[in-house]
Write a protein that binds this ligand. Structure first.
Ligand code: ADP
Length: 485
């Protein structure tokens, strides 16, 4: 079978042989050839056997008439009747046949070939014929019809078989007619096949035209010559291909738009700290004899801007990593209670500095299949935001953990500045910060919630935001306990 696979792969390299157009033509031609062959063969065969049948019937009738003449002229006793002999010769010439007349002693009294005259013939057919049974048989190998006809004498009530006529007739004339018809059928088949090939090529070309149009329209779209959406509704198949392509095209456009937005946002966000650093450094450079205190103050600002730049770059790297496939997640069973406690420990110093209380309420111990590092970072963003965007006095951030048989729920709520309804629609977008001037005072990149949302979605979970502006914010996260591939 290896050679077959090799031939197949070699043929596959010829692109023409792989085209539907070619294959469709081949199928039509094959169907045409098979139908034509079956029809010709069937018609010719049935003609041939029908001709044999008719010839056999003819001869049988003639021999019955002859048998009557033999009885009338008492030929079996006296085989010298000129009338009968002439009749026998005429038949023999006309049908290229041999007639043998056998009497009741199995002796040949007449052979038109003059070969067996006076001899005995005791064959099965002859014996059966003496019993009144007429036998006919077509010998396909030697191409002749052989038959026996009883010569019956009417003696009172019953018919008595007094002799047998043994006839063998050549079927050459039928054969000749068959050959002529065969030759004609071959010619007609060739003509029909030429027609079928032309039709096959034409039909396949015509049928495949909508697919050519699909390719042309896609190329036009690629080159920018055509409109946004392709329509080729000739076939259900082309409609399906075109619909799928249009959806893909729209998605690519959205992705391209968001990529362009992202690139311009990134460049803008990265440029801002750089501009500040340059302004600070320039002002130090251009001043003569700058006091050490001013120097230190400017350098502190420069370091803060460098830290900010660093934060943005780190957040961007986290986002880029998350955008990769979910196979990057390192999924293991994790104790979510312990994970939250770990985050609290890390954020305690910041909470103390901002005078915000951290409260953790767990309804049960939750073990879930998650990527601990990535999910910790996501939840940490939420709690850190709760601390950062909080009030100056009496602020708190509460984390409530609960689970059912399928999901675990984490609610991060605070009594901070809250988020307006309009802003809630955008806070998960990259670089989006509510009230830029106010947020500027609070360190941040505008990427934290984008990272959190992306992480939660990678875990096949959901995240929602609620709360009133000026009263506080609630982030509700819901993630499956078992990771869904
Ligand atoms: P940032 O680095 O600015 O904190 P995020 O993506 O984490 O970026 O948050 C986006 C914006 O959403 C923040 O700038 C802030 O204005 C708003 N925000 C996020 N969390 C809270 C919260 N708990 N309370 C009030 N505003 C919040």
């Amino acid at each position: 079978m290896k050679w077959f696979a090799r031939i197949k792969s070699e043929l596959n390299k010829i692109s023409f042989l792989r085209s539907i157009r070619f294959r469709m033509s081949v199928v039509i031609v094959l169907v045409g050839v098979i139908c034509c062959c079956v029809m010709c063969f069937g018609i010719l065969q049935s003609y041939f056997y029908r001709a044999i049948e008719v010839r056999t019937g003819d001869i049988q009738n003639q021999m019955k008439v002859l048998a009557d003449h033999l009885v009338t002229y008492n030929y079996l006793q006296n085989p010298s009747s000129d009338v009968v002999n002439a009749e026998l010769e005429q038949f023999s010439t006309l049908y290229e046949g041999r007639v043998i007349i056998i009497n009741d002693r199995f002796t040949v009294i007449k052979d038109t070939y003059h070969l067996s005259q006076g001899k005995y013939i005791i064959s099965e057919e002859v014996i059966r014929c003496f019993k009144g049974e007429s036998v006919s048989n077509y010998d396909d190998a030697n191409k002749y019809i052989e038959m026996t006809i009883p010569i019956q004498i009417n003696s009172g009530e019953s018919n008595q078989v007094a002799g047998v006529i043994l006839v063998s007739v050549s079927t050459k004339s039928i054969e000749n007619n068959y050959n002529i018809l065969n030759h004609n059928a071959l010619l007609i088949s060739c003509l029909v096949m030429t027609g079928v090939i032309i039709v096959a090529v034409g039909v396949s070309h015509f049928m495949m035209r909508p697919f050519d149009r699909v390719t042309k329209e896609i190329n036009n779209l690629k080159e920018g010559f055509s409109e946004e959406i392709i329509t080729v509704n000739d076939y259900v198949e082309t409609e399906k291909i075109v619909t799928a392509f249009n959806q893909l095209w729209q998605r690519m456009k959205v992705l391209d738009d968001s990529r362009q937005d992202f690139v311009s946002n990134v460049s803008h966000e990265l440029k801002t700290p750089m501009t500040s650093i340059k302004v600070l450094a320039d002002s130090l450079n251009t001043q003569e004899d700058v006091p050490v205190e001013i120097y230190k103050e400017f350098m502190t600002d420069i370091v803060a801007e460098i830290d900010r730049e660093n934060d943005i770059i780190n957040d961007l790297l986290s986002l880029v990593k998350l955008d990769k496939s979910s196979s990057d997640l390192n999924i293991l069973p994790v104790n979510i209670n312990k994970m939250v406690e770990g985050i609290f420990k890390l954020l305690k110093p910041l909470a103390n500095e901002k005078k915000v209380d951290l409260i953790f309420q767990s309804h049960r111990e939750v073990i879930a299949e998650v990527d601990e590092i990535k999910l910790s970072l996501a939840i940490m963003n939420l709690i850190e935001n709760g601390i950062k965007y909080n009030r100056e006095e009496g602020g708190w951030v509460e984390v409530i953990l609960d689970a059912d048989h399928q999901f675990f729920m984490l609610e991060v709520s605070d009594n901070g500045i809250g988020i307006g309804e309009e802003d809630k629609k955008h806070i998960f977008e990259r670089f989006y910060r509510v009230d830029k001037s106010h947020s500027r005072e609070i360190n941040g990149t505008g990427l934290g919630l984008a990272i959190t949302r992306s992480t939660v979605l990678k875990h096949r979970g959901s995240i929602k935001v609620s709360g009133e502006e000026g009263e506080g914010t609630v982030f509700s996260v819901k993630i499956p306990l078992s990771y869904i591939q």
